[in-house]
Design a protein around this ligand. Structure first.
Ligand SMILES: Cc1cc2nc3c(=O)[nH]c(=O)nc-3n(C[C@H](O)[C@H](O)[C@H](O)COP(=O)(O)OP(=O)(O)OC[C@H]3O[C@@H](n4cnc5c(N)ncnc54)[C@H](O)[C@@H]3O)c2cc1C
Length: 409
């Protein structure tokens, strides 16, 4: 039996504490906030998308950074195990579109309550308002924790589950990176991820609030295709957001830190260029004697019409029957390749996740123990792990938390 000190009462820390206590250890869980799970509370728009009911291949394919590191922890504690855990803890679940699993009640607070019940049942000693300032190491072994109020706590080992840098108000202020760095760990540079993106073109602000469904977006660096996906996106006053762009930020974010990229939107992905030609021609024939600006209303949502007219280069007052074939070709091309320049990721305050963190190379993937310091373990977002939306980031927190807790005896 060991005395285990867990830092951070988020998803990973609570799960690590539960797993460590299940092994018969004496477990202390330290959280600097006045309550546990502040970030969990806001997940899934307050509903908590706690995992994804997909198969294992999809689970790994949804992890963007270091999926191979998760091989052992995902197989040892799968998404099905997570669902079974919560059901047993009195949190009934349901599976929605895309395999997203939520509590039946649609309340993230029920997920937190379920975890609190399990912590209590296993006698985990939860200490709130307990902010760890420092981790002391002696001879490459964990020694003790120092708190900001001057108190100290000694133990056999420590699990660091302090989260990332996004939504600081929930308590995730990146303390774990500092602790790890002091202990000689490498930190992969942290950037916001699953985050909206700013754009260069001034006309984008005119499209604020416009949501485009069933479009295909491609992100390019020059000619090189970096990302392509079909789905839904949103224009904001500063740029672009919505599911497609959040996922894109996760795939191309590091590149975007270096340089601007091109976002190409296919507004009519169901029609190839030939079919779109026929469609535009038909609309033009039906509106032969009208002005161009009054002939394209059926092609786009109303908000987009003025922008498309402006970008087409065709004078808005031009009569449709005098529009040349070249002009029409260019217009069709514009609809299939509507371009916006991506310039910058929005900040951590708007990011769902932090990309980067403690290098997984220096962590044992089976136990989550540091390869540098004995008795120090890491779990959750503090590690250089991140995934797409859909419940996958919480699955990382549960599985790595469980691996850390279970490996301590
Ligand atoms: C708006 C939003 C919505 C999200 N929705 C989803 C979703 O639906 N599904 C999904 O899978 N993922 C979602 N995520 C991502 C998910 O919330 C995180 O991946 C997950 O919470 C990470 O868990 P963690 O335990 O590693 O870190 P955190 O949940 O950040 O927990 C870390 C804890 O450590 C505490 N702490 C930090 N430093 C110290 C210290 N020095 N001393 C003591 N305590 C400390 C913090 O106060 C905090 O409570 C969402 C994220 C955001 C921001």
């Amino acid at each position: 039996m060991s005395k285990v000190l867990v830092i951070g009462g988020g998803a990973a820390g609570m799960f690590a504490a539960i797993a460590a206590a299940e092994n018969g250890n004496e477990v202390f869980l330290y959280e600097k906030n006045e309550k546990l799970g502040k970030k969990l509370f806001i997940t899934g728009k307050g509903r908590c998308n706690l995992t994804n009911a997909c198969d294992m291949d999809t689970l790994f394919a949804s992890v963007v950074s270091n999926p191979r590191f998760l091989y052992s922890s995902f197989y040892n504690y799968t998404n099905q195990d997570v669902i079974a855990f919560f059901e047993k803890a009195g949190v009934a679940t349901k599976t929605e579109r895309g395999g997203r699993v939520f509590p039946d009640s649609d309340h993230s607070s029920d997920v937190i309550k379920g975890l609190e019940r399990e912590l209590k049942r296993r006698n985990v000693k939860v200490k709130l308002h307990a902010e760890v300032k420092d981790i002391k190491v002696r001879g490459e072994r964990f020694e003790k924790l120092i708190f900001t109020d001057g108190n100290e706590a000694e133990g056999d080992c420590c699990i660091v589950a302090t989260g990332g840098l996004s939504y600081k108000t929930t308590g995730s202020t990146g303390d774990g990176y500092r602790f790890a760095e002091t202990m000689g760990h490498t930190i992969r540079p942290c950037i916001p991820s699953l985050v909206p993106v700013e754009t260069k073109e001034l006309w984008v602000s005119e499209l604020q609030g416009l949501s485009l469904r069933n479009v295909e977006v491609t992100v390019r660096d020059g000619q090189k295709k970096l990302y392509q996906e079909f789905g839904e996106m949103l224009f904001t006053h500063y740029g672009v957001s919505g599911p497609l762009l959040l996922s894109a930020s996760s795939r191309v974010g590091r590149k975007l830190m270096e340089k601007s990229l091109t976002l190409e939107i296919d507004l009519k992905p169901a029609l190839d260029e030939e079919a779109l030609h026929r469609r535009v021609l038909r609309d033009f024939e039906e509106n032969q004697n009208r002005q161009f600006k009054n002939a394209v209303g059926r092609l786009f949502p109303a908000k987009l019409v003025p922008v498309m007219i402006q970008l087409s280069g065709i004078p808005p007052e031009k009569k449709v029957h005098v529009i040349s074939r070249e002009e029409r070709n260019a217009f069709v091309h514009l609809i299939k390749h509507f371009k916006v320049t991506l310039t910058k990721l929005r900040g951590f305050d708007e990011a769902i996740i932090t990309k980067g963190g403690i290098s997984t190379k220096e962590i044992n993937p089976k136990t989550m123990e540091s390869k540098r310091i004995k008795g120090i373990y890491f779990a959750g977002e503090v590690l250089d792990l991140d995934a797409l939306t859909g419940g996958f980031n919480l699955q990382i927190a549960w599985s790595t938390g469980y691996a850390a807790g279970k490996s301590i005896e």
